[in-house]
Design a protein around this ligand. Structure first.
Ligand SMILES: Cc1cc2nc3c(=O)[nH]c(=O)nc-3n(C[C@H](O)[C@H](O)[C@H](O)COP(=O)(O)OP(=O)(O)OC[C@H]3O[C@@H](n4cnc5c(N)ncnc54)[C@H](O)[C@@H]3O)c2cc1C
Length: 463
């Protein structure tokens, strides 16, 4: 099939790139997506059915040593289908920080404005703050810490609590409901369940060879398959990629309260503590703390206890208020090709990340206790329940339960691509997703990734 441009992936990067390109090139835009095109009626809120379908690797993706789970969506809409819908402006600090990589994002604000308008971003109303998130805000206020109710891209949210399984009410303004329909309305063609395997160049154009053998041909290809799969796809195509992987390192904790918290009732994440952040003018160690609630399946997987103690923690589910760390990590990992061309992901933590994670366990324990919790469960195998901030927790592979749903790099701007996303020496090949981000953003990144994709797509249109 011949097209003017092929966009691979439909997440925060791919959907915005496709819609932006379709505004001028209409039917010349072809979109490939490995995952399924889910409708609201398919989103049954049943984890056992949906986790294997909506998540990369069926939700089991992680680093090669098993120490960090890496969570990404796999469906039309990408990770935005299953995300928490929190929206942050690109932090102004990025302009200076990314200059070190030769990447100029001083012009990003208008693109972010446009993205936020299309995604209907608003502040989460006070009455929609779940009790779990309210308690995190209460603890922060009592400690005198900076924090705020967060913003989200949801219209008419019914607060069912199932954001991680996609929105069954079409309220969350994820890419499958916004930029992908925009692209299609402008003439683009979407091919769901079409996984690109590799790219080749022939006769002055790119051929994208799908896993099922179909071949799509165009002079321009925009790769937006997400942080793990974009570099893997490039590597399978013989193109340099894979270094520079970063994450927001995420660690969990729960405060146990005497009264039911029932965190599953309501929006899972709505309050953010900025006291320890190093963005928006804050000068902390470099992590956000966000209130959170997890579905029982995911909660059970992150309880650092066994046997009777594990059972007892599960029985406290209704009484727990969760808080999660989002650390702007400095560790750099690498994606290489494993057996059969699959991704092999290595991300050893550096001393800085280990020290700051240990610091988080202390600070978050103080936060839960200030909110009225009588004990705190931190996601570290050596800690279990604590009633005072733990001081000597070693942070090393396998000891704590770490994950990341915010991945960056692998096809970084300024390293694997030029400063605007073009792959050097590969005419017409662009990367416009999270893998092109040169350094961890410091806040939930979907708006930043979408704004960068729009900026890149406009440059493609400008020739
Ligand atoms: C559970 C969860 C909660 C999150 N919460 C928030 C939040 O509240 N706020 C926020 O700002 N960010 C959040 N994020 C992060 C945010 O959603 C991602 O950073 C962002 O969507 C990444 O955009 P992307 O385009 O790089 O990749 P993705 O959105 O992951 O999209 C990549 C797409 O490419 C497809 N693909 C992969 N390989 C191929 C292939 N070979 N061929 C064709 N298609 C392919 C995938 O199936 C996927 O659909 C969350 C993420 C998760 C997983």
């Amino acid at each position: 099939m011949d097209a003017r441009v092929i966009v691979i992936g439909t997440g925060a990067g791919g959907a915005v790139a496709a819609a932006t390109l379709a505004a001028e090139w209409g039917a010349g835009v072809v979109i490939l997506e490995a995952g399924r095109h889910m409708k609201a009626s398919d989103l049954t809120q049943r984890g056992k059915d949906l986790l294997p379908v909506l998540y990369a690797g069926g939700g089991t993706q992680g680093t090669e040593d098993g120490s960090i789970a890496l969570v990404q969506g796999r469906a039309v809409g990408g990770s935005t289908l299953v995300n928490d819908a929190l929206c942050f402006r690109p932090p102004p600090e990025l302009t200076d920080r990314w200059r070190a990589y030769g990447v100029d994002v001083s012009d990003l604000a208008p693109y972010a404005d446009e993205v936020e308008a299309r995604l209907s971003v608003t502040q989460i109303p006070k009455e929609m703050t779940s009790k779990a998130n309210y308690l995190i805000g209460l603890g922060a206020a009592r400690l005198g810490w900076a924090g705020e109710r967060l913003r989200h891209n949801s219209v008419g949210c019914v607060q069912c609590g199932f954001r991680h399984l996609g929105c069954a009410y079409d309220a969350k303004q994820s890419m499958n409901l916004t930029y992908i329909p925009d692209a299609i309305a402008r003439g683009a063609t979407l091919h769901p369940e079409t996984e690109a395997h590799h790219l080749t160049r022939s006769g002055g154009a790119w051929e994208v060879v799908a896993v099922d053998g179909r071949v799509f041909r165009a002079p321009i290809v925009v790769v937006c398959a997400g942080v793990v799969q974009t570099p893997t796809l490039l590597l399978r195509s013989g193109i340099d990629a894979g270094t520079g992987l970063q994450v927001h390192l995420q660690a969990v904790s729960w405060g146990d309260h005497d009264e039911p918290v029932d965190g599953h009732n309501g929006i899972p994440m709505s309050y953010g503590v900025l006291e320890h952040a190093d963005v928006y003018g804050h000068r902390g160690a470099g992590y956000l703390i966000e209130g959170c609630t997890w579905l029982p399946e995911a909660f059970g997987a992150y309880v650092p206890l066994q046997g009777e103690a594990f059972d007892e923690a599960l029985r406290r589910y209704r009484f727990l208020a969760g808080a999660v760390m989002l650390l702007r990590s400095t560790s750099r990992g690498q994606i290489t090709l494993g057996p059969g061309g699959r991704a092999k992901i290595d991300l050893p933590l550096d001393d800085n990340d280990r020290a700051r994670t240990a610091g988080f366990y202390q600070q978050v324990t103080a936060l839960h206790l200030a909110s009225g919790a009588r004990r705190v469960l931190v996601g570290h195998r050596a800690a279990g329940w604590v009633t005072a901030p733990p001081t000597a927790l070693d942070v090393e592979a396998g000891r704590q339960l770490l994950y990341s749903a915010h991945l960056f790099g692998g096809a970084n701007r300024g390293t694997h691509t030029d400063a605007v996303g073009r792959v050097p020496g590969q005419p017409g090949l662009w990367v416009l997703d999270g893998s092109a981000v040169p350094e961890a953003v410091g806040v939930n990144p979907q708006v930043t990734i979408a704004a960068l994709a729009m900026q890149g797509a406009r440059r493609i249109l400008a020739g």
